[in-house]
Design a protein. Structure first.
Length: 399
């Protein structure tokens, strides 16, 4: 139900029943997030049955509400879509969606934002369309003997930094989706839960944060020389530190709990230049080194408490082990590790380079393709299946 006036909030976003996932800002009595897979969880129970309303607002925002039984099995799920036409969140109206609780039910409710902060890219489109920001206003309309409690946090936390494959771009499209539909309504086809970060979060029992933008690079964004207006000049080292991608500011200190693992899938866009110059080796190496160093510094400094995996190969046919993107990433990681003693005295700290041998024949075949040449759910599952044992081995995480 879309309402011009918000229903009465009975449980505000600061209530201790809520566990937040990803990066959030508190502003004016609401919680705001825009990165993919930003979410929240709370437990709800009722002896005789009842219901409540989830109150939120968002422009070009795709949310998923999932309700789980006490044993973790999925009870039900549904998706919610924000306005696609309004250009400013304040004009979008407030959504109020009712969730019914069965008699004797004891559930965990998870609400996640599935799409990226910038459905139309990070370039000139930001001048005439607002970011996809999700505002959580709280809960209202409580009926029956509904009680709320705080669910436990996951013991593990993984953050993913990347480009289109990482955010699940076009994952719910198909090769038959027209380019016009993919561009104008592509935010409804993005799905970070169906991409490898969401899939790995489920199988590894981890909270996740997804900081990804379509076409984003390390030194330069995709097609930067031929079409600089599409994605602009700011690259991921300038975006990932932000609490909200759409706000050019970062905190003095990131809230805990900090991640156990960072997975970086960047580099492919830097070399996707349609024949125009790719980054020089020494430039890519230097900027990638600064990115790695900034990630460590954001979470307490270079030490054994945080592990980083730099992956390549996910992009498909163009990303073989000997390809320019993978060679550049491997070289940058090697260079960082060779000089890590300048940053820490811990002898066992290093960044792991992981090549993911995603089947190029599957990547180019229709069974694994969503829209605009990107992976569908089957393709993303194939990537997750390849990455999971490598991450378990790296982190010492048992089944």
């Amino acid at each position: 139900v879309l309402q011009d006036r918000a229903p009465t909030v009975e449980v505000n976003p600061k209530h201790n029943a809520f566990v937040y996932e990803g990066r959030w800002l508190s502003e004016g009595g609401v919680k705001r997030a825009d990165w993919s897979c930003s979410g929240l969880r709370f437990q709800v129970s009722s002896k005789e049955g009842g219901s409540l309303q989830i109150i939120w607002r968002g422009v070009r925002t795709r949310l998923k509400i999932a309700v789980f039984h006490a044993d973790g099995q999925l009870h039900s799920s549904r998706e919610l879509l924000g306005s696609s036409l309004d250009t400013r969140p304040v004009l979008a109206g407030v959504h109020s969606d009712r969730l019914r609780i069965d008699a004797g039910g004891n559930y965990t409710v998870r609400v996640r934002k599935l799409n990226s902060p910038r459905p139309f890219g990070t370039g000139v489109a930001t001048q005439f369309s607002s970011a996809s920001v999700w505002e959580f206003h709280g809960l209202g309309g409580l009926e029956g003997d509904v009680s709320l409690s705080k669910p436990p946090r996951q013991a593990r936390k993984i953050e993913f930094i990347g480009a289109s494959d990482t955010l699940g771009y076009c994952v719910d499209g198909s090769p038959d989706t027209s380019s016009v539909a993919a561009m104008s309504s592509g935010w409804q086809l993005e799905n970070c839960e169906a991409a490898f970060p969401g899939l790995l979060g489920e199988t590894l029992g981890a909270d996740i944060g997804v900081f990804a933008l379509n076409g984003i690079g390390v030194v330069q964004n995709a097609n930067f020389h031929s079409q600089p207006f599409k994605l602009g000049a700011v690259t991921m080292p300038g975006y990932w530190p932000r609490m909200l991608q759409s706000q050019d500011s970062k905190p003095q200190k990131y809230p805990k709990p900090w991640p156990n693992l960072i997975v970086i899938d960047l580099g492919g866009s830097d070399f996707a230049q349609e024949g125009w110059p790719a980054p020089q080796d020494y430039v890519f190496r230097a900027v990638y080194r600064r990115l790695l160093q900034s990630i460590f510094e954001a979470y307490g400094g270079v030490g054994p408490g945080l592990k980083i995996a730099a992956v390549c190969g996910i992009g498909g046919p163009a990303e073989t082990a000997e390809s320019a993107p993978c060679t550049a990433v491997e070289d940058a990681v090697k260079h960082f590790n060779e000089h890590i003693d300048e940053l820490t005295d811990h002898p066992d700290v290093k960044v792991e380079y992981i090549f993911v041998p995603y089947d190029a024949s599957a990547a180019s075949g229709r069974p694994h393709l969503g829209c605009l040449g990107h992976k569908n759910r089957e393709g993303q599952q194939a990537v997750a299946n390849l990455l999971e044992p490598k991450i378990r081995s790296m982190m010492g995480w048992s089944l």
